[in-house]
Design a protein around this ligand. Structure first.
Ligand code: SF4
Length: 273
């Protein structure tokens, strides 16, 4: 007899934890924890955000990008060596950056998923959080510590030079950087508008794999603006407080698929009765 595959886990989609409830409504309610990825979800599609954060229906899970996670992990280890020594990474010197990896007792907490850097936004009572990859500190005259810069590691594999292009993904990267800048600034640190992406590009032009993947490493500076965040959080709060279900995104094909699939299914079942 053929083996049946492992049952699909419904709890991946129907969630009972971390959803917006009556306890969170208004400014006097319980603070509501909101990650920077959910802020991005609200910007992409308020309906998906509402379904996820208020009605407890999450988007279907995606396979995790394990190779990217491995690269992030190794980059963190590499920069941590220089952090412990209070010295610049050779890449910083190559790019003429008078900086060192920032040392702080909370660094591990700020980099931990689901914890990260946190800030209670007073206008919404959202406890906004996001886990940074790294923070660097500029050095002034005589090595005097200066402003901090947010750093994000990115891994890809594509032909040609890596640039920050005007694509959906890269716009997400920009927003991610800007939210981290805003979070760290709101924790009382001086944060430069200039952040850095440490972008590694897996080379495909090697003769063979030979058990290793080689990368070109590039540092891309980015000047962020955080002036949009207050307004977006206020709109996200209004969205959750409202009983009106937002409209679906006109640029997303998945809802249309879901509705059409449902209609076709019901028509088919109706014919059989
Ligand atoms: S339109 Fe797309 S993003 Fe929005 S709720 Fe539907 S599936 Fe989610």
């Amino acid at each position: 007899m053929a083996k049946t595959s492992k049952a699909w886990d419904k709890s991946n989609i129907v969630k009972t934890w971390g959803i917006y409830s009556a306890q969170n409504v208004g400014l006097k309610g319980e603070p509501f924890k909101l990650s920077r990825t959910k802020i991005d979800m609200f910007l992409e599609c308020p309906l998906c955000f509402y379904l996820d954060r208020k009605l407890g229906i999450a988007r279907p899970s995606m396979p995790s990008f394990t190779l990217n996670v491995a690269v992030d992990h190794l980059l963190k280890k590499e920069f941590d060596i220089h952090r412990a020594n209070g010295k610049a990474h050779p890449m910083m010197e190559k790019y003429g950056l008078n900086m060192i990896p920032f040392s702080h007792p909370n660094m591990d907490q700020w980099r931990e998923n689901f914890v990260g850097v946190q800030y209670l936004h007073p206008q919404t009572n959202f406890l906004v959080f996001g886990a940074v990859d790294d923070i660097w500190q500029s050095l002034g005259k005589g090595g005097k510590p200066g402003a901090l810069s947010i750093v994000d590691y990115k891994a890809t594999s594509k032909d040609g030079e890596i640039e920050l292009e005007d694509t959906r993904w890269h716009n997400q990267y920009r927003r991610q950087m800007e939210i981290y800048q805003w979070l760290v600034r709101n924790n009382g640190f001086e944060v430069s508008d200039t952040g850095y992406f440490v972008y590694v590009n897996g080379k495909k032009d090697r003769a063979a794999f030979d058990g290793k993947l080689e990368f070109d490493v590039k540092i891309l500076p980015y000047t962020g603006k955080s002036d949009w965040i207050d307004d977006v959080l206020i709109r996200a709060k209004k969205c959750l407080d409202s009983d009106t279900v937002p409209a679906q995104s006109p640029t997303c094909e998945h809802c249309e698929y879901r509705l059409e699939a449902r209609k076709a299914y019901e028509k088919h079942i109706g014919k059989k009765k």
